[in-house]
Design a binder for this molecule. Structure first.
Ligand SMILES: Nc1ncnc2c1ncn2[C@@H]1O[C@H](COP(=O)(O)OP(=O)(O)O)[C@@H](O)[C@H]1O
Ligand SMILES: CC(=O)N[C@@H](CCC(=O)OP(=O)(O)O)C(=O)O
Length: 302
């Protein structure tokens, strides 16, 4: 056998270093619950989706309890488009009439949920897909959405968004049962009202509440930016509640990033150890965040 070249030696050394670096993280997060929100915008290509599924299987294999909450906004939009139905949003929330609600349930609970479940299972995991209806997991109530100046009721109005809900309560029994049975829960953000009606809930909201109720070690929100960016487009690696307020007030944080960061803040205030907004377009983003010294994206602290 020939001697390894200098290049082979360096690369073997790097691999060993990276693997060793993972050990303290594996020890720290073993048996801990990690809620990972997989946004529809981060499910952009097949290779990335497979990388995500592999990461989840690996985390479970080394003793952590990953709980996946997924979105699927763009996928719902495409299906509505195919059916000739318009998508309408108010402040980032989809106006959801009865017909749209049916499509939301079909796409989130059927298509997207089962695609993620299937991918995880193909890599050797045991994923089980749930909507908030299963096992009475997510109780919802109709969201009363106020549009306009939040601090001035005179200048704002309540908008009827139809079947858009917020989380009223979460009964985590079914998630605990799956975790303890070595299954990986994959949750679609559909809740059920007292009247038995289905409600469409923003997936960030569900992930944040789920992390709080499960007393998770971490909430990781995967999206389609490097994390939270400043006004010059540079990544902000760490943010406190006060800094977040300032960035929202100055308009640097806007649109879909506002509910996302608020969910992250709420989760941290409710006892989740840390929340991260990371770039789902980077392959193996979850593994890099959890198992390397580098970390990726923005860390939000209370
Ligand atoms: N300061 C900011 N940093 C990064 N993204 C921001 C910021 N302010 C607004 N955004 C927008 O928020 C988007 C992420 O929210 P959203 O589209 O709802 O994501 P997802 O579908 O992953 O839930 C980004 O693509 C970006 O357009
Ligand atoms: C009320 C509301 O807007 N619900 C979202 C639910 C899916 C979601 O949140 O998906 P992403 O995470 O991919 O954006 C929707 O209908 O698009």
């Amino acid at each position: 056998m020939s001697e390894p070249t200098a290049m082979e030696h360096t690369s073997a050394h790097t691999i060993a270093r990276v693997l060793t670096e993972a050990l303290p993280y594996i020890q720290r997060f073993s048996r801990k619950t990690l809620v990972i929100k997989y946004g529809g915008n981060a499910m952009v290509d097949e290779e990335l989706k497979r990388g995500f599924a592999r990461d989840i299987v690996l985390l479970k294999q080394v003793g952590m309890n990953p709980v996946v909450v997924h979105g699927g906004g763009p996928q719902i939009g495409r299906m509505l488009d195919q059916l000739g139905k318009e998508s309408r949003f108010v402040d980032g929330l989809r106006v959801t009439d009865r017909e749209t609600m049916d499509v939301v349930q079909m796409v989130l609970g059927g298509l997207v949920n089962k695609e993620i479940v299937n991918l995880i299972n193909q890599f050797g995991g045991r994923a089980v897909g749930l909507t908030g209806k299963d096992g009475g997991l997510i109780r919802a109530r109709r969201l009363s959405h106020r549009r306009g100046a939040a601090d001035d009721p005179e200048a704002s109005e309540i908008i009827d968004l139809g079947h858009v809900g917020e989380v009223a309560s979460i009964d985590p029994a079914v998630v605990h049962m799956l975790d303890s049975g070595d299954f990986i829960p994959v949750i679609a953000p559909v809740g059920v009202g007292e009247d038995g009606a289905a409600y469409n809930i923003n997936a960030d909201l569900v992930a944040g509440k789920m992390a709080a109720v499960l007393n998770a070690e971490k909430l990781i929100l995967l999206t389609n930016t490097a994390g939270v960016l400043d006004d010059e487009g540079h990544l902000l690696t760490g943010l406190s509640a006060r800094q977040v307020d300032e960035l929202i007030a100055s308009g640097v944080i806007h649109g879909g990033m506002i509910p996302k960061i608020q969910c992250a803040l709420d989760a941290v205030k409710s006892g989740v150890r840390s929340a991260h907004i990371i770039d789902g377009r980077v392959s193996h983003a979850v593994m890099l965040e959890l198992l390397t010294d580098k970390g990726v994206g923005t860390l939000i602290t209370g």
